[in-house]
Design a protein around this ligand. Structure first.
Ligand code: ZN
Length: 139
């Protein structure tokens, strides 16, 4: 899903987050992470093509054979939740929830088998599959 689509999905969710928490900074953190967690596609793009070309990148052709997307990870969310429960820092919770919201919108948007969608967001599982794109994508 492209950043503008993520923004359109994340804006009402961030507003709802604000209405529930009354926390401006946390709501903004939720919004930013729900949209910009895709920044990890830049790393995948550079690893795939050995350079960064903004025009080609914006066409959404980020992957050749490997899907690293290191921030698309349940494990990252679990680490953030652990940190939140240790520190009670509401920004950390907002970031964990923003990332989770991003996963949900990705899962709704991308058409593939549900089991593949669920497994895809495990960094450990992707690692066990050697980050092979063909495990998760047919095209
Ligand atoms: Zn994504």
């Amino acid at each position: 899903m492209m950043p503008l689509s993520h923004l359109m999905w994340a804006l009402p969710a961030a507003l709802l987050y604000f209405l529930i928490t009354q926390e401006v900074y946390s709501s903004f953190a939720f919004l930013l992470t729900a949209v910009f967690i895709d920044i990890d596609h830049v790393l995948d793009y550079i690893l795939a093509y050995g350079k960064f070309d903004i025009k080609y990148f914006l066409r959404g052709r980020w992957f050749k054979k490997k899907l690293y997307v290191i921030f698309h990870s349940y494990e990252l969310v679990l680490i953030l939740l652990f940190v939140y429960f240790q520190t009670n820092n509401s920004l950390v919770l907002a970031i964990a929830l923003g990332i989770t919201y991003h996963f949900i919108t990705d899962m709704v948007y991308y058409k593939s088998e549900l089991k593949k969608k669920i497994l895809f967001y495990s960094l450990i599982y992707r690692m066990s599959q050697k980050f092979e794109k063909k495990v998760f994508c047919s095209g």
